[in-house]
Write a protein that binds this ligand. Structure first.
Ligand SMILES: [Zn+2]
Length: 215
């Protein structure tokens, strides 16, 4: 008998909007302008990428009423473990994180959007603190850097007993990670991203900002 529950599984929780790619292109151009010594242009491009429509998209994924609040019922659900029973180490070390980036590249394994490591964001922010606004509240954070934030996501969530084996981890954008929260793939109605290839493109995660001595 066919597994009817599997038919409506989807690759990601919410379709990415075109403005995410627009913002990524603007940020890519900003880094090029910076490396060419044109700080004014870099500043303008970073500000131009801070699109309210992106903040809205992100909020619909991780905000109140988001997918995490509507889990599907699955057979034999795994319990939510008390913190003392979860795998001790929450995140793997730097070597494993580097391996994950080398394996998955700079795109979310769920929705495929380009992503940027937090370390790169911090360095760009140090050079352009006004343009790359980054307050403590979600609403005070640059919309594109927030949505395109590279995270390391446990496929079987840590809270459900998932460990730090690279096979249980994928590169994901922050909205996809937070939108799923502690749900298993089945509870979130998601296809297993390991069963399709990572997105490959010329996008470099803006890593060249540091490699050529960005200030
Ligand atoms: Zn994503």
């Amino acid at each position: 008998m066919m597994n009817l529950a599997a038919i409506d599984l989807r690759p990601h929780l919410l379709d990415p909007i075109p403005e995410l790619q627009v913002a990524a292109r603007l940020l890519d151009e900003a880094v090029s302008a910076h490396l060419a010594g044109d700080r004014d242009r870099a500043d303008r491009l970073i500000r131009a990428a801070d699109l309210p429509v992106i903040a809205k998209w992100t909020e619909s994924l991780w905000g109140q009423g988001g997918p995490w609040s509507r889990p599907r019922s699955v057979a034999n659900p795994l319990p939510n473990l008390p913190s003392g029973q979860r795998p001790r180490q929450r995140m793997p070390g730097k070597t494993v994180l580097r391996q994950l980036v080398a394996r998955d590249g700079y795109h979310c394994r769920f929705c495929g959007i380009p992503v940027i490591r937090a370390e790169i964001r911090r360095q760009i922010r140090a050079a352009y603190p006004e343009a790359l606004r980054w307050g403590t509240r979600n609403a005070d954070q640059h919309a594109a850097f927030q949505a395109l934030w590279l995270t390391y996501d446990h496929l079987l969530p840590h809270a459900r007993g998932g460990d730090n084996d690279p096979d249980n981890l994928v590169i994901a954008c922050q909205p996809c990670k937070c939108g799923r929260a502690d749900l298993t793939l089945g509870e979130a109605g998601l296809l297993d991203p390991r069963e399709r290839d990572p997105v490959r493109s010329a996008w470099d995660g803006l890593e060249r900002f540091t490699k050529q001595g960005g200030t």
